[in-house]
Design a protein around this ligand. Structure first.
Ligand code: KIV
Length: 263
């Protein structure tokens, strides 16, 4: 199977084609996603919730991210592997360089970082050293204790403007992808149109270039089903079939529907 590269994902955006992203934290789930030709496997720090049973992603450590990245990378002969930089692993530029190196040496092919324009220097320095980055904007779960809830971000004009201008600054700094979480559909669309690099959405409407969901959510394994997700196993006979249904729904534009989006 041909390995997907960052360049391939950028070409999909240029060709106006959608792409799919799902989370995995171990070899077996990664193998199913890889065999279903999901474009990107995200080793998300959501493993803190779905694997470890924590209330949030704050307890996830660098060692744990590297461990799960190694397991996923073994199966990813096709899909691109993107791994999260966990809470406080990039609090300084030195930390960011050291810890992003660890993730890449564990098998990540791009790293994801939560945060606005304050991560500009980090993105620049990683980029010139050959470490691709995805900037996570909108709802940033590592900020839960500052935010107070997992609600929609960018509903007000000021916050929407900040998210937009942060995305421009970070694209200029060298970000390869963006991930927009829980923002109004219109804002998701505006940012996707304004940026040259691909934008992955989760609860960001149907106009982003790619869509990501937490695999455990689409298989009905999570305690709650947030509005922006959907259980695809209810219409399938196997996990693989559920993943295929998700892929088909994203590529055909059927998912997300208006009931999965925010105004
Ligand atoms: O950690 C994760 O799984 C994520 C998704 C919610 C996008 O960042």
């Amino acid at each position: 199977m041909k390995k997907i590269t960052i360049k391939d994902i950028k070409s999909l955006k240029k060709g106006n084609k959608k792409f799919t992203v799902l989370t995995a934290y171990d070899f077996s789930f990664a193998r199913v996603l890889n065999d279903t030709k999901i474009d990107i496997i995200l080793v998300g720090d959501s493993l803190g919730n779905v694997i470890q049973g924590n209330k949030n992603t704050i307890p996830v450590t660098m060692e744990e991210m590297c461990y799960h990245t190694k397991l996923v990378a073994k199966a990813a002969s096709h899909s691109l592997v993107m791994s999260d930089m966990p809470f406080m692993s990039y609090k300084t530029l030195d930390d960011a360089l050291i810890n992003a190196t660890k993730l890449m040496q564990s098998g990540a092919e791009i790293i994801k970082i939560e945060g606005g324009k304050w991560v500009e220097k980090i993105i620049k320095e990683l980029s010139v050293r050959g470490i691709p980055t995805c900037c996570h904007l909108g709802l940033t779960p590592q900020y839960i204790h500052k935010l107070g809830s997992y609600g929609v971000r960018g509903k007000g004009q000021d916050e929407a403007n900040t998210i937009k201008s942060d995305s421009m600054i970070l694209e200029k700094a060298g970000a390869d992808f963006f991930l927009l979480e829980c923002v109004p559909t219109l804002l998701g669309e505006e940012i996707t149109k304004a940026l040259e690099v691909p934008v992955i959405g989760i609860g960001a409407g149907g106009k982003t270039d790619g869509q990501v969901l937490v695999t455990h959510d689409i298989l009905g394994l999570s305690e709650l089903t947030p509005k922006f997700t959907k259980n695809f196993l209810t219409d399938a006979n196997s996990i693989k079939e559920a993943i295929e249904l998700y892929k088909e729904a994203v590529l055909s534009g059927k998912f997300p529907s208006s009931e999965n989006c925010f105004k």
